[in-house]
Write a protein that binds this ligand. Structure first.
Ligand SMILES: [Zn+2]
Length: 287
């Protein structure tokens, strides 16, 4: 394991209107996958979604989070990974999560990919695209070609224990000659096309960038850490319990003396007795 596992890194090409992001994940991914018994295929699927979510979140220009979600009528009904502007990730798959397939994306074929961008201040933006065929990277490229004016390409890999990825994105034009700009973009994409999955997973980010872009002058920024961290809380769990019918709450409290609420994303259980629930709801009214 290299010291920069669980981090993302920005890089820029000297003299070209292109920026890049590189991501590596190990422990953050295995921590995210530890709370459910996923098949190897579903782990790979979640691993690629996690790498993509981190790469996309690096576009956030404010505090908030992006959620990359796929829904389908196939074996896996939901895949969701969220990444905050602090690069805290969490995620889950639902449906037949023990199922395996040669190509992970077939578990979602015919479904929809939904990208949600949320700002802590409140605004929310959502875009949807059909999952037709091909990899998650191809699906995202189609999405970005429809929603952004700037070219965006992805290269993603996961073996279910680690994830790696690269993103290239055109910057707003500094170079006014459209032909030069177009050539630079296609050259850098062609160079990146040579990357193999085992390099995305096995090579330290800076070694990979050096290998791919030997002829280019690349400025690489310091790595930014990625952490598995859930946003669940005692307050939110109490609020969810408060939505249960009073008769149901009373029944559980009478029979068991407390109500437990387990977060599906991190496995943490919050327990409340009658007094605890009363305190939480009083707290909620005060704030
Ligand atoms: Zn949680």
């Amino acid at each position: 394991m290299n010291a920069h596992a669980d981090s993302s890194q920005r890089f820029l090409f000297d003299g070209a209107d292109v920026r890049g992001e590189s991501v590596r994940m190990g422990d953050a991914l295995t921590d995210m996958l530890a709370n459910q018994t996923y098949s190897p295929t579903v782990k790979c699927l979640l691993g690629e979604f996690a790498a993509a979510a981190v790469l996309i979140s690096n576009n956030l220009k404010y505090d908030g989070r992006i959620t990359l979600q796929a829904r389908s009528d196939q074996a896996v009904s939901l895949v969701m990974v969220e990444c905050s502007s602090e690069r805290h990730i969490r995620g889950i798959a639902q449906g037949d999560i023990c199922t395996d397939a040669a190509d992970p994306m077939t578990l979602l074929s015919g479904g929809q990919l939904v990208l949600t961008v949320e700002r802590d201040a409140g605004q929310r933006y959502q875009g949807i695209i059909a999952i037709e065929k091909g990899s998650l990277a191809q699906c995202l490229e189609t999405y970005f070609s429809q929603s952004e004016q700037l070219g965006t390409r992805f290269w993603l890999a996961s073996d279910g224990r680690q994830s790696g990825g690269l993103m290239l994105q055109q910057l707003p034009a500094q170079i006014t000659d459209g032909e030069v700009r177009g050539e630079q973009w296609s050259t850098l994409c062609l160079l990146t096309e040579t990357v193999r999955a085992q390099e995305l997973l096995g090579l330290p980010s800076e070694d990979l960038l050096f290998k791919l872009y030997q002829e280019e002058t690349v400025t690489v920024y310091p790595p930014a850490p990625i952490l598995f961290k859930c946003r669940c809380s005692r307050e939110r769990s109490a609020a969810a319990i408060a939505l249960l019918p009073e008769s149901e709450r009373e029944e559980i409290l009478t029979e068991e003396g407390e109500i437990g609420m387990t977060c599906e994303l991190c496995g943490k259980t919050y327990r409340f007795d009658r007094q605890g629930l009363a305190t939480e709801s009083a707290g909620n009214t005060l704030h």
